[in-house]
Design a protein around this ligand. Structure first.
Ligand SMILES: Cc1cc2nc3c(=O)[nH]c(=O)nc-3n(C[C@H](O)[C@H](O)[C@H](O)COP(=O)(O)OP(=O)(O)OC[C@H]3O[C@@H](n4cnc5c(N)ncnc54)[C@H](O)[C@@H]3O)c2cc1C
Length: 368
């Protein structure tokens, strides 16, 4: 920005998260001449966005990027946002800012100020092992698009209790290997790697049957592992699982059996070793939205944010929350795929932009 402009800007749109949903929201808003801050935790944390962890497996069904790996995809998104840089334009004799300002930051808090704008507070350097914040910064905006996704739950195998956060033993290796022989989290994404192979599916409860049904698009050789928990399936679902020929193993898993970065099998607590060709896990998720704690945002049964058809956030009474939109995986009921994230990101970015045509700060009481 020009050196003359010393006061911090009030952005038209604050986008929190720069995966496919947030990047698309930012690009779409900038394309409508909006001034956008695109905030991303990736550069300062292990929260790189879900696609990033597809380290060596090629993503085959993301639009326009056939066969890229996660890190290449993340770079392509950054280049795309960088192609809409922040700049000044003259319109109707007045100068205004447009384009995308990209900032590395982990959003910690979002609040609505008395003048109707939002203020986001974000960490600008990595949180320490206890999650304590070092340096932080703030930015203001008239509207917000929340596109910060979620973190996948991971199986409780060989967890070193003294280690904190991501510092877990083999779990980390096999998760972040992101290869065809590590833990997969998305049957739709990676099922095609294991056609007619023997799959382990880890989870418990009725929902795991949905994963089994999805897996049967690729193979009939399936074993459900509950890792020491009761299977938790209702009688009709248990019967359906049996009918579909899937095996059930309720023993506790003691350790991974692997070679290099390849996960080959699992050693059970009773000493047996079970080997599989592919490993899928569904242990739930955690929405990356702690910064929304001041808002009474409605959530679906999955813990994700509920929105209108136009991707505006809803409050717990079902009313739209003024100025707040959401897109991508963080939205309850989304398909949790890249193309869907782009689509909802575009919708949220455009809706936030359109709302600015009628944006006005809340009216103040006239002084007596
Ligand atoms: C291993 C793996 C493989 C996959 N393979 C495929 C595939 O083949 N095809 C497919 O279509 N989909 C695939 N998916 C799903 C796909 O990656 C997601 O659906 C998609 O990335 C969701 O996009 P998003 O923008 O909503 O969220 P994400 O991509 O998760 O991006 C979220 C962004 O928000 C940022 N963020 C998080 N918290 C904060 C915060 N507090 N402050 C600021 N920023 C924050 C993160 O840094 C990140 O940049 C895969 C997922 C995984 C995990």
């Amino acid at each position: 920005m020009a050196a003359a402009d010393r006061s911090p800007p009030i952005y038209d749109v604050l986008v929190i998260g720069a995966g496919p949903a947030g990047t698309q929201a930012a690009v779409s808003a900038a394309h409508q001449m909006r001034h956008v801050l695109l905030l991303d935790a990736g550069p300062i944390s292990r929260r790189r966005g879900r696609a990033y962890w597809s380290k060596t497996v090629q993503i085959m069904d993301a639009p326009v990027f056939p066969g890229v790996t996660g890190p290449q995809f993340a770079k392509a998104l950054q280049a795309w946002a960088a192609a809409q840089p922040e700049r000044r334009v003259r319109m109707g004799g007045r100068e205004r800012c447009t384009g995308i300002c990209r900032a590395a930051g982990h959003a910690l808090d979002l609040e609505r100020l008395d003048d109707g704008t939002f203020r986001v507070t974000y960490a600008t350097e990595p949180l320490d092992r206890e999650g304590r914040v070092g340096a932080s910064s703030t930015a203001r905006g008239r509207t917000v698009v929340v596109a910060s996704g979620f973190e996948d739950g991971w199986p409780d195998i060989e967890v070193d209790e003294t280690a904190l956060r991501m510092y877990r033993k083999f779990q980390v290796v096999y998760r972040y290997a992101g290869n065809r022989r590590g833990w997969h989290v998305c049957i739709r994404c990676d099922g095609h790697l294991h056609v007619d192979q023997h799959l382990a599916i880890l989870g418990a409860g009725d929902y795991i049957f949905d994963v089994v049904q999805g897996a049967q698009d690729f193979t009939d050789r399936i074993t459900v592992l509950t890792n020491g928990r009761p299977h938790g399936m209702s009688p009709p679902v248990r019967a359906a699982l049996r009918e579909r020929g899937a095996a059930l193993e309720e023993g506790r898993i003691a350790a991974h059996v692997g070679k290099g970065l390849d996960l080959l099998g699992l050693r059970m607590a009773d000493g047996r070793e079970l080997f599989f060709d592919g490993f899928f896990v569904d242990e739930g998720l955690t929405a990356n939205d702690a910064f929304l704690h001041r808002f009474d945002a409605a959530r679906g049964a999955d813990g994700l944010l509920r929105c209108t058809a136009d991707h505006q956030l809803l409050d717990s009474s079902g009313q739209p929350l003024d100025g707040l939109w959401a897109a991508g995986d963080i939205v309850s009921g989304e398909r949790n795929l890249i193309a869907s994230a782009f689509a909802s990101g575009q919708d949220a970015g455009l809706e936030a932009s359109d709302s600015l045509r009628r944006w006005a700060p809340p009216r103040r009481e006239a002084p007596h």
